[in-house]
Design a protein around this ligand. Structure first.
Ligand code: GRF
Length: 208
């Protein structure tokens, strides 16, 4: 059972829903939870008959938010938590309860342009400012730090001389929509082993 945490438009959530509906991922999304009431991701979930909850960070401190999230995830029987553009920080209770079972998508090649304050367009602005020739997307397990957990999948995209944060974000987002469902599929098929910081992806059968 998958739980997806979101804060925004939910295009990565949509990519996971599509992969499930097309039969590529053999699992179910038990619940989608947003920390923002207006998140379009909630509407996407409801359109597909998926339970959608708002656990707002308004009026809740970090501890209260995490308590409510943990309770909702456990009630829904979730065993994989996917952060798909989720902007709140999970505390050590959630991280230890779901050790190596929370994955996050980050729109850069970790360990570049990541950590506290690197979210949304800021990530791409920083990459452009630095002048890197490639950027990309990273799916990683979540540990107690910010963007510091073991890397599951990464893929790069070129940075073009006339890029701005929007064009670079759009190029990276396309990759995110492939990478995140792929990581979810590997997890669901029990093809992921974590050895220290290294993530081992088990051999695929049928040459897939
Ligand atoms: C993505 O770029 C994701 O990497 C970042 O926030 C964005 C979320 O997009 N953390 P969406 O809500 O999935 O459309």
């Amino acid at each position: 059972m998958i739980g997806v945490l979101v804060s925004g438009s939910g295009s990565n959530l949509q990519a996971i829903i599509n992969a499930i509906e097309s039969g590529r991922i053999d699992a179910r999304i038990a619940v989608v939870i947003s920390d923002r009431a207006g998140a379009y991701a909630l509407e996407r979930a409801r359109k597909h008959g998926i339970k959608a909850l708002c656990i707002s960070r308004n009026g809740r401190d970090r501890a209260a938010l995490n308590t409510a999230l943990l309770q909702a995830l456990e009630e829904a029987g979730v065993n994989l938590v996917v952060l798909a553009g989720f902007l709140s920080i999970l505390d050590e209770r959630v991280v230890s309860r779901y050790k190596n079972a929370i994955m996050n998508i980050h729109p850069a090649l970790i360990p570049s342009f990541c950590g506290p304050g690197y979210y949304g367009e800021r990530v791409h602005e920083a990459a452009l400012r630095y002048g890197v020739k490639v950027s990309g997307a990273t799916v990683h397990f979540v540990d107690e730090g910010t963007d510091t957990g073991p890397v599951i999948l990464q893929e790069c995209v070129p940075v073009l001389h006339d890029d701005d944060a929007h064009t670079l974000a759009a190029r990276v987002l396309k990759v995110e929509h492939r990478l995140l469902p792929e990581a979810v599929r590997l997890f669901v098929e029990d093809r992921i082993r974590v050895e220290g910081r290294r993530v081992i992806l088990m051999q695929e059968e049928n040459g897939r």
